[in-house]
Design a protein around this ligand. Structure first.
Ligand code: GLU
Length: 459
């Protein structure tokens, strides 16, 4: 997309607050950033917005790192806002010195009453900047009353514009906004200023975030201008937010869709990634066998400007369909963790190709591994047929053609065909009513175990 105009290298950031577990909607933001960084040879910064000491917890920061790694995201840099407060203080001091940050003493109640009066008079509820008119003596008197100031950023009037990489030309009239509070009474910072300070300090070139932040952008662009020493502000891209099929937004409290819980339920990370990235774009949601496929498909310009609804039920299906297309190389380590390894005398490539299409979850592979390695107890439905089958079993090693040769000769010998022939064989050879293609399973089971099972013996 030519419009993207990437300054090389792109430096992006994903900036969660570690106040809960991240969900599939956060995965969308994280992956958009990561895919973009990969596309433009860039770097991915993980920034923990942990200035809210009450709600931020180390365990959530750790779970975010784990969840991102599960998705396939390994940040190039990790920073924590709680360790960067000196930078924010220096920036606030600069803004104060420039007259852009001014002390205000109104209590929330006073502000509320003022807003109500404005509304009653048909005026927009914008902060009236009364505090700008306080004299030194007024301020001293207010402080003598025990009041502590909070600090607002004085916006420049006028239209703030930016070319959003998703939403196109955007603008906001700064004159219609309240001067935002950047520093609270207790000297702690709201999100607005630290985010800009970090974006400048870390050289962020593209801010890719949810459209719930569009309303912060005009303010932040003015702060970039005030602190940037002539450096350009990053490019912005505000993407639509994932909502459930019923249109509800996701929050850190919607635990079922947390990445941790999806992982624990055996959902494939690539299915989460495909759904998180492709929903609400011009590409259809479909399974992918690697993040590289998503890199090739991803384009901020193809993200819809309307909603991104997804159906939770789609995840399980997509997860199964993902397994069905994964090559062995992509799954071998995880199979080994299930005890399915090359060490056994089974052709692992052939095993994976035989069973992957039958898996709802990867853990189901264990069942078929048991079937091919044994022992299993056969189910004997038709002993006569099994005896004939045993007699007709090809001698020597079995291969991909053995099943057809064998069942053709059985058809001729017994007159059986279709289910009446195949089902008793399946029950005996696998101990299961249904499963992978027997032509592929038979060579994996091998002649000895097949003979035992056809004789009704555990093998
Ligand atoms: N901590 C903010 C959030 O989680 C980051 C917003 C941003 O990307 O600027 O929404």
């Amino acid at each position: 997309m030519s419009e993207t105009k990437v300054t090389s290298p792109a430096i992006v950031r994903f900036a969660p607050s570690p106040t809960g577990r991240i969900h599939i909607g956060n995965a969308r933001t994280a992956l958009f950033n990561q895919l973009f960084a990969w596309q433009f040879d860039g770097r991915f910064v993980l920034r923990f917005d942990d200035t809210d000491v009450e709600r931020s917890r180390e365990e959530f920061a750790a779970s975010i790192v784990t969840d991102l790694a599960w998705l396939g995201i390994k940040p190039d840099v990790v920073v924590r806002q709680s360790q960067r407060v000196a930078l924010y203080e220096a920036a606030a001091a600069r803004l104060r010195a420039a007259g852009r940050l001014y002390p205000c003493y109104e209590t929330p109640d006073e502000l509320d009453r003022r807003r109500k009066r404005q509304q009653a008079r048909g005026l927009p509820p914008v902060y009236d900047r009364a505090a700008l008119h306080l004299t030194d003596a007024d301020r001293a008197a207010l402080e003598a009353e025990g009041r502590r100031p909070h600090w607002r950023f004085r916006l420049d009037p006028g239209d703030v514009t930016w070319e959003d990489l998703v939403r196109g030309h955007c603008h906001a009239d700064a004159g219609s906004l309240s001067d935002p509070v950047l520093v609270r009474e207790d000297d702690s910072f709201l999100y607005t200023l630290p985010s800009v300070v970090d974006d400048l300090d870390l050289g962020i070139t593209h801010v890719i975030r949810g459209e719930d932040h569009v309303t912060n952008t005009a303010v932040q662009l003015q702060i970039f201008a005030a602190l940037g020493d002539g450096r350009p502000a990053p490019r912005f891209a505000h993407h639509n937010l994932l909502t459930t099929a019923s249109g509800e937004g996701l929050s850190k409290r919607s635990g079922a869709l947390s990445l941790t819980s999806l992982r624990e339920h055996g959902i494939e990370a690539l299915a989460v990634a495909a759904l998180a990235v492709l929903t609400g774009t011009s590409a259809a949601v479909h399974p992918v066998a690697s993040l590289a496929e998503l890199v090739a498909l991803f384009d901020l310009g193809h993200v819809s400007r309307t909603s991104a609804k997804f159906d939770e039920a789609e995840l399980e299906v997509l997860s199964a369909r993902t397994l069905h297309i994964l090559p062995l190389a992509a799954i071998e380590e995880r199979l080994a963790a299930l005890g399915i390894t090359r060490a056994a005398a089974i052709d692992l490539d052939a095993f994976w190709l035989a069973v992957r299409g039958n898996l709802a979850q990867l853990a189901d592979a264990r069942l078929w591994w048991q079937v091919v390695t044994g022992p299993i107890t056969p189910l004997v439905e038709d002993a006569d047929l099994l005896a004939a089958a045993s007699a007709a079993l090809p001698q020597g090693p079995l291969d991909g053609t053995s099943w057809k040769t064998w069942t053709d000769s059985l058809k001729a010998a017994t007159g059986r065909k279709g289910k009446a022939l195949y089902h008793p064989l399946r029950l005996a050879l696998t101990g299961h009513e249904s499963g992978p293609d027997l032509a592929a399973l038979l060579p994996l089971i091998g002649p000895q175990k097949a003979a035992l099972r056809l004789a009704g013996k555990t093998g």
